[in-house]
Write a protein that binds this ligand. Structure first.
Ligand code: HEC
Length: 415
């Protein structure tokens, strides 16, 4: 028998807490999934009915929402604690891999589950995520198609994500949980403090009683192609990396490649870890977290609220500049059009800006950006005009004249 140690007991109790919460989430999710079905309209209606017709069901919906929130938070801290204690090394590798799987399932549940109530913000988030995916050179279109279950965000995306949420991810969660659980059971080196194993469930329950889950008005047709959404807290690190790498016009590296490498690194840690001492692994982890923290302070992303309404308010157009200051000139607009199609603009917004794969249709456009001054500022640095914007900045990449031509073109094509 191995020596019992206090940190190990704490980790084992924390793991037991994860298993309890994961189990409750699966049972709750199964119950709720029997009540929600159909296409977008029906799904929205059945979720609204669940929330409004019985306070018991409303409580379960809220518990499922907060349970998922706590599960992901707990899994993140638990992974970090395991890493800190060296629980990626033999003989812990199986519970390490199991916990990473559990963590990934929890993240997947958040992302797919966020789509389900079909609020304005939920739908727009998926459009943004799809847009980011399609920017990846070469593979983008294929990954996007795969992720959306079709060319655009639509009912087929809902069908695919619902299936992922109710079948694929539960399987992943059970596999991860079982892997970690069996490993804990076999190693028998630790003692679980039973009340601690119910802490997370208790916390989720308290949140569900005290705090309203995030929601909002139902999505309308235009939301299914709108790129306006703040990132949710759990994708905020990816958003921070996206904005940072976007300064070099390779945002997809930050949003997709780096997180992919990180997951690969975590899975490979039982092998890679042998080449480093635990102390070195700790230093690497702390440095990586410090860099991410620093970037976050720098980017300061505006995050979608986790409680209450997530609706994007229509921006305040502010005082309009006098119409005489700016005149549309068909000739300049035409020159702007040529420029637009020869610049990266057309890659994301389509030829003439009319059909965006990774950016919105510019002929519709935001009311805020009907003002030439604001539009100019926006193209130079979107973040300054619209906090959380995922469009790359063109400051220093285009001359003043070029910007003016682009503004001429865009405004002359506004419907
Ligand atoms: C890497 C992809 C990408 C490139 C390249 C790109 N855009 Fe965008 N653009 C976006 C995204 C995504 C949004 C929506 C972000 C937001 O909500 O602020 C956007 C938004 C816009 C908007 C505001 C849309 C509205 O609501 O009216 C304008 C105008 C615009 N882009 C113009 C341009 C111009 C001009 C260029 C070339 C100089 C360009 N874009 C290049 C992705 C891109």
């Amino acid at each position: 028998m191995r020596r019992r140690d206090p940190a190990g007991n704490l980790l084992a109790s924390s793991a037991a807490g994860l298993f309890v919460l994961a189990g409750v989430q699966i049972v709750l999710g199964y119950y709720l999934s029997t009540k929600v079905h159909g296409g977008p309209d029906e799904v929205r209606r059945s979720i609204e009915a669940l929330r409004s017709q019985s306070s018991f069901n409303a409580l379960l919906v809220s518990l499922h929402y907060w349970g998922s929130f706590v599960l992901l938070l707990h899994a993140s801290f638990h992974l970090l604690a395991m890493l800190w204690c060296g629980w990626y090394q033999k003989p812990h590798q199986w519970r390490w891999w199991g916990t990473i799987t559990l963590f990934l399932a929890a993240l997947g549940f958040q992302i797919t589950g966020n789509f389900l109530p079909l609020d304005q913000h939920d739908v727009r988030t998926v459009v943004v995520e799809a847009g980011i995916t399609s920017r990846m050179p070469g593979l983008g279109a294929t990954v996007r198609q795969f992720m959306l279950g079709g060319a655009e965000v639509g009912p087929q995306t809902l069908a695919l994500w619902t299936k992922l949420h109710s079948v694929g991810l539960p399987i992943l969660l059970v596999v991860g949980t079982l892997g970690a659980f069996v490993s804990h059971f076999r190693l028998k080196d630790t003692k679980v403090f039973v009340p601690a194993a119910f802490m997370s469930l208790f916390f989720a329950f308290a949140l569900c009683l005290l705090v309203e889950p995030a929601g909002g008005t139902a999505a309308t047709a235009s939301d299914w192609s709108s790129f306006d959404a703040h990132p949710s807290w759990y994708v905020a690190p990816m958003h921070v990396l996206l904005s940072t790498f976007d300064k070099l016009s390779i945002g997809w590296v930050g949003a997709m490649v780096l997180p992919g490498l990180l997951v690969g690194f975590l899975f490979a840690l039982p092998f890679i870890g042998r080449k480093f001492t635990l102390q070195m692994i700790r230093v690497m982890t702390v440095s990586a977290l410090a860099v991410l923290g620093g970037l976050t302070l720098w980017v300061r992303p505006q995050i979608a609220p986790i409680s209450g309404s997530q609706d994007i308010k229509a921006p305040d157009p502010g005082p309009t500049t006098s119409p005489t200051a700016f005149k549309l000139d068909p000739k300049l607009a035409e020159e702007g059009q040529r420029l637009f199609n020869s610049q990266p603009c057309a890659n994301c917004h389509g030829t003439d800006g009319t059909k965006g794969a990774a950016g919105p249709d510019l002929t519709k456009g935001d009311v805020l950006l009907r003002d030439p001054e604001v539009l100019r500022d926006y193209i130079l640095n979107p973040e300054k005009v619209k906090k959380g914007s995922t469009m790359p900045a063109f400051e220093g990449k285009l001359s003043n004249d070029q910007i003016n031509l682009l503004v001429q073109f865009i405004l002359s094509h506004r419907r």
